[in-house]
Write a protein that binds this ligand. Structure first.
Ligand code: FES
Ligand SMILES: [Fe+2]
Length: 354
């Protein structure tokens, strides 16, 4: 499906972010991951259980039920299932049929995320989760705050397109932080490897945008570099480095890095989950600036602009019967490489898992 090849949706034998850790509690949460309705909850020892979301008896949504000790109870006729998906109780009979069980999905918690694998469970190697230290998420030099979540009414690749081309910032976000961003960013330097892309955008000399002045306690000329890392098929980390600039000499002195953290998970063919957080490597003081920034109205409003853009493009696709004809620009290089990377991951999977 657009913008991938017909019949291609998303690579399934991959780890995806299913939820923020803080979202998963004892009370169950239902979320659709790559067309798999999943119910998530915590067991008594704090581990995350991820099970098929509908009761195998009559299809009742289990997220409407209660968690009792480590089991989830269907509220229709009281069947219970353990975190491994096995049925542990049928109140109306003693014998539990072998087929009466739920699919259990492999999960792993890293940083503040619950990662899930909805592909072939035999291939669910946790070593395939992007290295969180390398991505700076667990690097102690950074103080990171997660927690933003959006249900996006658009296909997941549109969000990757958005995140891989920051030239949209001064325009789409002109009412929020884009208007402070010092004008168009330059065509990025793009380096693609097998499953990662890095893009470097630079703004060599701009006035310090007001929201950064507030963070750094500095106003004046700055040099700004964004290095955007895409770990296909889910994670983007943008390292936004700001340096004080002496325009007379060109000498720079680093003020600090902001991290803009994004994870994109396909839900259905035309919807996605979007997880977003912020980080910093300066002033590790209370209150945490990253947390204040992440939860600020400005950041939430900017993210809504990306979500709206995705919704509008999805509507355009529907009006154009599932495809768009596109004029690709030089600035689309990283987005096109990202699409190719996703297609290659899909193509590498056995047809039965696609
Ligand atoms: S539908 Fe769940 S117990 Fe009957
Ligand atoms: Fe954006």
């Amino acid at each position: 499906m657009y913008p991938l090849e017909d019949g291609s949706f998303a690579p399934r034998n991959q780890w995806y972010v299913a939820a923020w850790s803080q979202e998963i509690k004892r009370s169950p949460l239902e979320r659709v991951i790559l067309d798999n309705p999943v119910v998530l909850y915590r067991t008594t020892d704090g581990k995350v259980a991820a099970l098929a979301a509908f009761c195998p008896h009559r299809g009742f949504p289990l997220a409407k039920g209660d968690v009792i000790a480590d089991d989830i109870e269907c509220p229709y006729h009281g069947l219970r299932f353990g975190p491994d998906g096995a049925c542990t109780l049928i109140p109306s009979q003693d014998v539990i049929p072998a087929a009466c069980r739920l699919r259990a999905y492999p999960v792993a918690e890293r940083w503040q995320w619950v990662w899930i694998w909805v592909g072939d469970p035999d291939l669910a190697d946790e070593a395939l989760i992007p290295d969180h230290f390398e991505a700076r998420l667990t690097d102690p030099a950074y103080r990171n705050a997660g927690g933003n979540y959006f249900e996006v009414p658009g296909r997941y690749v549109l969000l990757h397109d958005n995140l891989l081309d920051l030239n949209h910032v001064p325009y789409l976000h002109k009412a929020t932080f884009g208007g402070d961003g010092g004008g168009a960013v330059q065509i990025p330097e793009v380096v693609a490897k097998e499953t990662t892309i890095s893009c470097t955008f630079t703004q060599p000399a701009i006035d310090c945008p007001p929201f950064l002045s507030a963070l750094f306690g500095y106003s004046g000329p700055v040099s700004r570099t964004y290095v955007s890392y895409f770990y296909a098929p889910c994670l983007h980390v943008i390292v936004d480095s700001i340096s004080r600039l002496d325009p007379a000499t060109g000498v720079t002195e680093q003020l600090g890095d902001l991290l803009h953290i994004h994870a994109v998970t396909p839900a259905t063919a035309t919807t996605a989950h979007y997880f977003q957080g912020e980080g910093q490597n300066f002033s590790h003081t209370e209150p945490c600036l990253s947390e204040a920034f992440r939860s600020s109205e400005m950041v939430r409003a900017a993210l809504e602009e990306d979500v709206s853009a995705t919704r509008f493009i999805e509507q355009s696709i529907a009006m154009n019967r599932g495809r768009l004809s596109e004029i690709l620009l030089k600035a689309d290089k990283a987005a096109v490489l990202g699409r190719r990377m996703l297609q290659a991951l899909i193509d590498a999977e056995a047809p039965a898992t696609r």
